[in-house]
Design a protein around this ligand. Structure first.
Ligand code: P6P
Length: 338
């Protein structure tokens, strides 16, 4: 069955000319992400057996206890990217500041910067729930040959040249876009090959699934509270189904396939929401839009937000277009409510 499907390698070769600035570097970059994903996948699949779960004893810039696999995934993706001299800089949820990647003799000829959440949802690892890697790729804006600067990372999401995620679920999938639609590849672990299992992925205009951590209802803004009440009313296709895994990649991927909305709103305890703009919201928003969906902070298109700092957080509404627009209607209607 699998042999009927194109491999990720074949897909990259066939579509390289459609990649923006197709100099072959973006293809090599995606290939290096593929390799790192297989290495991390191998480690995750044995997490329960080897003493590699549990906190690594460190705390990351977010103030979150780092899980050993967080550190492992961060190191593996960095190592793979640095060794191939494809990017000139890397930003990561697990790194306080961006990492400058110099070529041989301290040159900076590489054109791309990569931002990543190496292992999102890692608190779920110890309870055997799906986790994911999220990545976002830009061309640098400072001159090639000079050291990368923060300016290269603080670009709005509408300048991404590629974005994707790896979902370490019941199977391991790599889903990404280079600006020409979204394609999903499933790993055959027996031979370590990703196959094009989900060509040209599209998200339904609407759906019946909403993914929100409703425990924080009392802390949400009035508009978000009213939207949640709307989701539960008896009318038409509602009440909708509540599905919240607590792992963005897993919730997003299910909603991409079935239709639905994921919201991590601002609240009294999280005034800017929880998710990070650069390496969680922007890549997922790029994928959502390329699949026909929508992504905003409740008011503004995510991809148009001008970042001001590396780890900044924004409220995140993403998924089926009509469902996101309904949530935005409530946020607009009640925006004056304190
Ligand atoms: P909460 C995981 O830490 C994460 O960043 C996302 O993957 C997930 O959707 C969210 O946070 C869960 O946050 O506050 O509901 O536990």
């Amino acid at each position: 069955m699998a042999d009927k499907h194109k491999t990720l390698g074949e897909y990259i070769i066939e579509n390289q000319s459609s990649f923006q600035y197709s100099s072959g570097e973006l293809s090599r970059l995606i290939n290096s992400i593929r390799l790192a994903a297989k290495v991390v996948n191998h480690e995750i699949r044995k997490a329960g057996l080897v003493d590699i779960t549990g906190a690594a004893g460190e705390v990351n810039v977010q103030g979150e206890a780092q899980q050993k696999l967080d550190v492992y995934a961060n190191d593996k993706f960095k190592e793979t990217l640095i060794n191939r001299e494809i990017v000139c800089g890397i930003a990561s949820e697990e790194e306080d500041d961006f990492v400058v990647v110099e070529g041989a003799n301290g040159t900076n000829e590489n054109k791309y910067v990569l931002m990543m959440d190496p292992l999102d949802g890692s608190s779920n690892i110890d309870v055997n729930v799906s986790v994911g890697t999220i990545f976002s790729i830009y061309r640098r804006v400072t001159p090639v040959g000079t050291p990368v600067t923060i300016e290269d990372f603080l670009q709005p999401g509408n300048r991404q040249v590629a974005a994707g995620y790896v979902a370490y679920g019941t199977s391991t999938m790599m889903v990404f876009t280079t600006g020409n639609g979204v394609n999903g590849f499933t790993l055959n672990p027996a031979i370590g090959t990703f196959y094009l299992s989900h060509p040209n992925m599209k998200i339904n205009e609407t759906g019946k699934i909403y993914s929100v951590s409703e425990g924080y209802f009392a802390h949400f803004e009035k508009g978000m509270q009213e939207f949640l009440k709307y989701c539960k009313e008896e009318e038409g296709t509602r009440p909708w189904t509540a599905r919240y895994i607590g792992s963005l990649v897993a919730d997003f991927h299910r909603n991409l396939l079935k239709g639905g909305i994921y919201v991590y709103p601002r609240s009294r305890t999280a005034p800017n929401g929880k998710l990070r703009l650069l390496y969680e919201c922007n890549p997922m928003a790029f994928i959502a839009e390329q699949a026909g969906g929508k992504a905003s902070d409740g008011f503004t298109r995510i991809l148009d937000i001008q970042p001001t700092e590396l780890h900044q957080r924004v409220p995140f509404y993403v998924g089926s277009k009509q469902m996101v627009e309904k949530a935005e209607e409530y946020m607009e209607q009640y925006k004056e409510h304190t």
